[in-house]
Design a protein around this ligand. Structure first.
Ligand code: ZN
Length: 665
């Protein structure tokens, strides 16, 4: 990869403003002189020397220290932090409040001595006066902290130099009593309470007797080898960057309420009746859908045990996850089955995962009765296409309408009304996120394309498989191309909180990167593309890849320098417009004049179809454009008679004008 180094990555931590994330990059290259031409309009091509990839100092330093590499694999000295959470929470549906307490054992696996730790209090987006860039319900509160302790010492909320803590928005800064040395651990303790946000809160909250509990506990911010602490505020639009850890979670709710959570239920005998356990066992034993809890089972003594004082405590454990969410309701039905996931644990034998759907009866209208089947297909498809699903369950949860679709480890929150296509789409999309970012733990805030773009692409593959040829890639391409014609398109490498509009974010985070991956598949060929994608997962599962680790891995696997591709599609908003300008007969040849009318350089796959039915592809290599040319001549034999010539009839490349790609017109 040809690169040019930025002095710093232009992401000031607390600034919420619409700015160009690439303001620090080298200036847009001076256009090369246009070749002499009398035909057609031409836009000068970027000169070949300009096709470098802006990189960042932190990544270069990480390569120098051996935590990252030039091949895109984690370096020999790669490290990341680790945390063990033990959390207890009690939900009171009458007051709509949750009280929590817990401990975090934080392991410092970095080579640095840490005197300050940062903890995310994401719920503080609801605090009075909190800054946000999406609509959030106003009548809520943030997290109210009770006890905060570290290394056995209770800490006060004071600023200054000594031990203590300060809360700024969604970030808690904790000054340790004793430095945390490399290889050491620090025990933290918290007590807190919060009011569950009502429907209308982004990604979860409460809707009647449904509680989807997200971002409900103090969570360690990520300290990594590129950025150090990543403490960007949670403003609502940009998503998350989370570290990996193990969780032991005890959740107390009224008896008769069903609870589902990230992780495996540890005490089924305490909370589930014999009937519920028997049905769950039969779901685990087969591939059909079992109704574990039906309309007539939803009360204490039938679905759940009677509990003590009208309450039950559900105990879950989750390993190697980047977050824990949970949902509880008195109104849920519970469907379950299994998915075959391949050899997930590496013992050479096939494994399976429990598939569940929790939903309210009135949501049958949104095809929730099909949800378990959709989830089953999605997990099985992605396990084959990407990587075996490693977690013990995958659960689709009917949540508040403002969830839309949102992913959590082993869980989705899906709200709102859906038709069959939409319900499969949102289910498979959120389940696709189990790979990106749940398993491959990228920074969603700064590089939304790394999870949303890859997932949007994967969603298309899943929909094609489920609906037998449904072309979701065409929908993504259209959304990107339509938007690419307006001035406010923003490049992919852009912080998720700094887009001028939600549409600009949506295109740059979802549709364009999904379309760009289809183009990359066109450049590399299906097999090589797939090999690179799987290798990226293999290298970075349960780790924190940066965009450069993705770029370098694709180059390493393919053996190609794709600087021009990354620069064009990730750092710029150049458009692709390849055209057949003219076709003329010269002797026994046809001379096809191919023109690159946009700024994006791409190879030109030219398919020549003859009247005898034969079709050949002649490809103009991208180097022609990288050398500065704007047009080139392709000679093809005149006989047998040529019926048509077309650029990229498979539509792998996102060309803005299809009308000029065919001859005869
Ligand atoms: Zn998504």
């Amino acid at each position: 990869m040809a690169r040019c180094v930025l002095a710093r990555w232009p992401f000031p931590v607390l600034l919420l403003a619409v700015v160009s994330a690439c303001s620090g990059r080298p200036a847009t290259p001076t256009p090369a002189p246009a070749p002499a031409s009398t035909r057609g309009g031409t836009t000068p091509a970027p000169a070949v020397h300009a096709m470098t990839v802006p990189t960042l100092e932190g990544y270069e330093l990480a390569v120098g220290r051996g935590t990252r590499t030039r091949t895109g694999a984690p370096g020999p000295h790669y490290w990341q932090q680790w945390a063990e959470y033990t959390l207890q929470a009690e939900l009171n549906p009458v007051s709509k409040r949750m009280t929590g307490k817990g401990t975090i054992k934080y392991s410092n696996r970095s080579p640095d001595t840490l005197r300050t730790l940062y903890v995310q209090l994401l719920e503080n987006i609801y605090a009075p006066g909190a800054r946000h860039n999406t609509n959030v319900p106003w009548s809520v509160e943030g997290i109210t902290l009770g006890r905060v302790a570290a290394q056995g010492t209770d800490l006060a909320a004071v600023s200054g130099e000594g031990p203590g803590y300060e809360v700024s928005g969604t970030i808690l800064r904790l000054r340790l009593p004793k430095p945390l040395v490399p290889g050491g651990t620090a025990d933290l303790a918290f007590e807190w309470k919060l009011r569950v946000p009502p429907d209308g809160a982004p990604r979860g909250g409460q809707d009647g007797e449904v509680y989807f509990m997200n971002y409900w506990y103090p969570q360690m911010a990520v300290y990594d080898d590129i950025n150090g602490w990543q403490i960007d505020q949670y403003f609502g639009n940009a998503e998350f960057y989370m570290g990996y850890g193990n969780y032991d979670v005890s959740l107390t709710v009224p008896a008769g309420w069903l609870v589902t959570a990230t992780g495996t239920l540890q005490n089924p005998d305490d909370v589930l009746t014999g009937q519920t356990r028997a049905r769950l066992d039969s779901a685990r034993a087969g591939h059909g859908i079992v109704h574990v809890v039906t309309d007539v089972d939803r009360e204490a003594g039938r679905s759940t045990t009677a509990g003590k004082d009208g309450k039950l405590t559900w105990h879950f454990r989750a390993e190697n996850v980047r977050d824990v969410a949970w949902a509880a309701s008195a109104r849920y039905l519970w469907d379950a089955t299994t998915a075959a996931v391949g050899d997930a644990n590496g013992d050479g034998k096939p494994d399976s995962s429990l598939i569940q759907a929790f939903w309210r009866p009135e949501q049958r209208v949104s095809h929730w009765d099909e949800s378990a089947r959709y989830a089953q297909h999605s997990i099985e498809f992605f396990s084959k296409y990407l990587w075996p699903y490693p977690y013990p369950h995958m659960t689709a949860v009917d949540g508040p309408s403002s969830c839309g679709g949102m992913e959590y480890p082993m869980m989705t929150c899906i709200g709102g009304q859906w038709d069959t296509l939409g319900m499969y789409e949102v289910t498979t999309h959120e389940i696709g996120h189990m790979w990106f970012p749940m398993m491959v733990g990228s920074d969603e805030k700064r590089f939304a394309w790394m999870d949303e773009g890859l997932t949007q692409f994967d969603q298309s593959q899943s929909m094609d498989d489920f609906f037998k040829g449904f072309d979701d890639e065409a929908r993504n391409r259209k959304n990107y191309l339509d938007y690419s014609m307006v001035a406010s398109e923003v490049e992919l490498m852009h912080h998720g909180d700094r887009f001028p509009s939600y549409n600009a974010y949506g295109v740059a985070a979802y549709y364009k990167p999904a379309t760009v991956l289809v183009a990359l598949r066109g450049v590399l060929g299906r097999d090589l593309f797939h090999k690179a994608l799987v290798e990226y997962i293999r290298r970075w599962q349960y780790k924190h890849p940066s965009p450069y680790d993705f770029f370098e891995t694709v180059e390493d696997v393919s053996g190609r320098d794709l600087s021009w591709f990354w620069r064009t599609w990730f750092f710029e908003t150049w458009r692709l417009d390849q055209a057949i300008d003219s076709v003329s007969t010269v002797g026994d040849s046809l001379e096809v004049e191919v023109e690159n009318r946009g700024r994006a350089p791409m190879p030109v796959p030219l398919v020549v179809t003859r009247t005898d039915g034969r079709a050949d592809t002649v490809t103009v290599p991208v180097d022609v454009w990288l050398g500065g040319a704007k047009r080139t001549t392709v000679k093809v034999a005149k006989e047998p008679a040529v019926k048509s010539i077309e650029i990229d009839p498979g539509r792998e490349f996102p060309d803005v004008d299809r009308d000029n790609q065919r001859w005869p017109r």
